[in-house]
Design a protein around this ligand. Structure first.
Ligand code: DHB
Ligand code: FE
Length: 261
């Protein structure tokens, strides 16, 4: 049986919805939208919903602006997009004695092995021990498990914890540039506006530590050809790392600074 819902007045919704309608109306006026264009838009938006691409479209064109407005000029590592490919319930990755943490993968996984390491601290310089790190990325076929690849659900997804001094190191593969889907309503829009669908290669992270704001961010690699024109505008200067040949292996490193609540 459907539960009767009582919807209460919400002042924040009233304020935001009022602004939304006001700006949409002035946009319609400025764009001089005719009725056929309006109908095309409604049909397109309907497809966007029906294909499940609404989160993709919103994350590509809007999420970064929400983040910028919230965090620019604040101390600590800049957040970047959560994006549409986060899932929860990922496995805990535990160290076997004398071995590195290994991000969930198949035994014969393709890709260039990479060791990613860093440190998590608070804005006052204090290292954060046992901070929870959620990590996800695409595989050597450039796909994300649970979305566009047939890899097991948690492939290249998992969580682990920092050591007492805030350090962590995880073995994974080098992520590759990602094309957002081009065969749906989001891609259609990119084509009309002559934009490429690429994101630079990136690692996804979510950091959680007691008394601190959750930090959702991404890490990018120097030299990537899509850094300047990331379709989703997620790149930030302090989120750059570089691949280095060290100790006979490929390494990359970045430190992260979390803001107290
Ligand atoms: C988006 C973000 C990603 O990290 C990604 O891999 C693909 C798309 C997005 O913002 O839509
Ligand atoms: Fe991504």
């Amino acid at each position: 049986m459907m539960k009767q819902q009582t919807i209460q007045k919400n002042e924040r919704v009233e304020e935001v919805f009022g602004l939304f309608i006001k700006h949409i109306q002035s946009f319609l006026k400025e764009a001089n939208l005719n009725h056929e264009e309006y109908t095309n838009f409604v049909n397109w938006a309907d497809r966007l919903g029906n294909t499940g691409e609404l989160p993709l479209f919103a994350d590509v064109f809007l999420e970064s602006h929400v983040l910028r407005a919230m965090y620019t000029d604040k101390p600590g590592t800049q957040p970047s997009l959560l994006g549409p490919y986060f899932i929860d319930g990922t496995p805990l990755i535990e160290a076997k004695a004398g071995e590195p943490l290994v991000l969930t993968q198949r035994p014969d996984e393709a890709g260039e092995v990479m060791y990613f390491k860093g440190n998590v601290s608070s804005t006052n310089g204090q290292p954060l021990a046992k901070a929870r790190i959620e990590m996800w990325q695409n595989d050597a076929t450039r796909k994300y498990s649970a979305f566009d690849s047939d890899a097991p659900r948690y492939n290249f997804r998992g969580h682990f914890y920092t050591q007492e001094n805030g350090d962590f190191e995880v073995k994974s593969i080098v992520p590759l540039p990602y094309s957002i889907p081009t065969d749906g309503p989001t891609g259609e829009f990119l084509e009309y506006t002559d934009q490429h669908p690429m994101r630079p290669a990136h690692l996804h992270f979510m950091f959680e530590a007691e008394g601190h704001e959750t930090l959702i961010t991404q890490v990018f690699f120097e030299g990537d050809e899509w850094l300047e024109t990331d379709v989703a505008d997620g790149v930030r200067l302090d989120l750059m790392t570089k691949l280095e040949e060290k100790n006979g292996r490929t390494e990359a490193a970045l430190n992260f600074v979390m803001r107290p609540e």
